[in-house]
Design a protein around this ligand. Structure first.
Ligand SMILES: [Zn+2]
Length: 425
């Protein structure tokens, strides 16, 4: 444990630089890092890494090696547009490398805004109002990416150097495949713990679902609408297939009592029909319909097993071979953060110090990159971050006092987990 004086110096340093931290967060939001368009935001991260003297690794995701991994999500975009960046700190010359290493991870990609005119403020032009910063991606999770860097700064500004290696990861593809964090793992980045400051209401994620993305295609038989009965309406049939998927969703939800940490979650398994298109002409019976689905699965169930059941559901409708499904993204298992790790105890102590209350954990029915570290590398994945509202919705926002405290928690975590050496003045 840190002595109280050192802890106070570190948390004071977070306060001292907090305005700058918010400026940088806003700057990140002004770079609309939608899927395949993350480059300018990633360059901003690289500049931040360089300013801090970190060694920088910037690379394009490699589809060939990713596709060999069980956790790979099939992708519908070009790999050449997908770039990860990692900045690495190592103890300065003369300071012995010791303590426990750390990955501070965050995703830079954000989801689309929907109709921009529906936003109270422009989604890419962040404003601060009543203690909240508004903008697309500000909560999910640019405030977290900034918190990782400024937490590290605070340790240094307080006169300490961490004793162990820290990798700052800014990854892509978290909102669609999870291939960004997976690529970082494949590149060889591991550590004794990982912290991911996703917007988690000042709490620690204990368990979360896996996710599968897929597209259902229904092929119809087009006819002139005057002889509608002789055609086969692909759009009508698609609604019926959705009904079958809703039944599967209900069955899976009914099993929640058999899955630890999910017993008391209301509707943990959500199937979302997120996109739909079909038909070519109002007066022709539609010859095709496609819709895209996000489905969830409990931890411990391999994605391949869930996918088998989904395909079975889609194959056995009354429409037979007119209905097919293909994978289009996430193909991931969920995970559980094992209780009792040293990493969790360290986070608990840091949280207690900054919030004055015990750290709570909870189960989330969303996807998290934490699974990459937990499932495939056995690294304790601490997904812990600020209070937000309307992530993936209109007027997304993050609560600034929460960001401040989370940043302090991460700073104390760095100091305690990695160990620090006081620099001689
Ligand atoms: Zn996120």
């Amino acid at each position: 444990m840190l002595d109280p004086d050192a802890a106070r110096r570190i948390t004071d340093a977070v306060d001292a630089a907090f305005d700058q931290q918010l400026e940088f967060t806003a700057e990140l939001v002004r770079h609309p890092s939608l899927r395949s368009a993350e480059a300018s935001a990633q360059n901003l991260m690289v500049a931040q890494f360089q300013q801090r003297g970190l060694s920088v690794d910037q690379w394009t995701l490699d589809g060939d090696s990713l596709s060999t991994h069980v956790g790979y999500g099939p992708t519908t975009v070009d790999f050449e547009d997908l770039t990860n960046v990692v900045g690495t700190y190592t103890a300065p010359e003369g300071q012995e490398e010791q303590g426990r290493s750390l990955i501070l991870n965050g995703h830079v990609d954000v989801v689309p805004t929907g109709p921009e005119e529906t936003w109270e403020n422009h989604p890419w032009d962040p404003v601060v109002k009543n203690g909240w910063m508004h903008g697309r991606g500000v909560g999910d999770m640019k405030a977290g990416l900034a918190a990782n860097l400024f937490a590290f700064d605070a340790v240094q500004a307080a006169g300490f150097s961490p004793n162990a290696t820290i990798h700052f990861q800014s990854v892509v593809e978290e909102e669609c495949t999870g291939n960004g964090s997976l690529a970082a793992l494949q590149r060889g980045y591991t550590a004794d713990a990982v912290v991911i400051p996703e917007p988690e209401e000042n709490m620690l994620v204990r368990a979360n679902v896996g996710v599968v993305w897929f597209r259902v295609r229904v092929s119809g038989k087009p006819t002139h609408v005057r002889e509608m009965a002789s055609g086969f309406n692909a759009i009508d049939a698609a609604y019926s297939v959705m009904g079958a998927l809703r039944e599967l969703e209900s069955r899976w939800n009914a099993e929640r009592a058999n899955h630890r940490y999910f017993e008391d979650v209301d509707h943990p398994i959500n199937f979302n029909i997120g996109m739909i298109s079909g038909g070519d002409w109002p007066s022709s019976v539609p010859s095709w319909c496609e819709f895209d689905v996000r489905a969830a699965l409990y931890p411990g169930i391999p994605a391949a097993e869930a996918w088998e059941e989904i395909q079975e559901c889609v194959r056995t409708t009354e429409f037979g071979a007119a209905v097919s499904a293909e994978r289009t993204g996430f193909f991931s298992e969920g995970y559980v953060l094992d209780e009792g790790s040293d990493a969790e105890a360290t986070l608990e102590a840091a949280h207690q110090e900054t919030f004055g209350s015990a750290l709570e954990s909870f189960t989330t029915p969303g996807y998290l990159d934490g699974r990459v570290f937990a499932l495939y590398a056995g690294i304790p994945a601490l997904v812990y971050g600020p209070v937000s509202e309307a992530i993936h919705g209109f007027d997304e926002r993050v609560h600034l006092e929460s960001v401040r405290r989370v940043t302090k928690t991460i700073a104390l975590f760095i100091a305690d987990w990695c160990g620090v050496t006081e620099r001689s003045q």
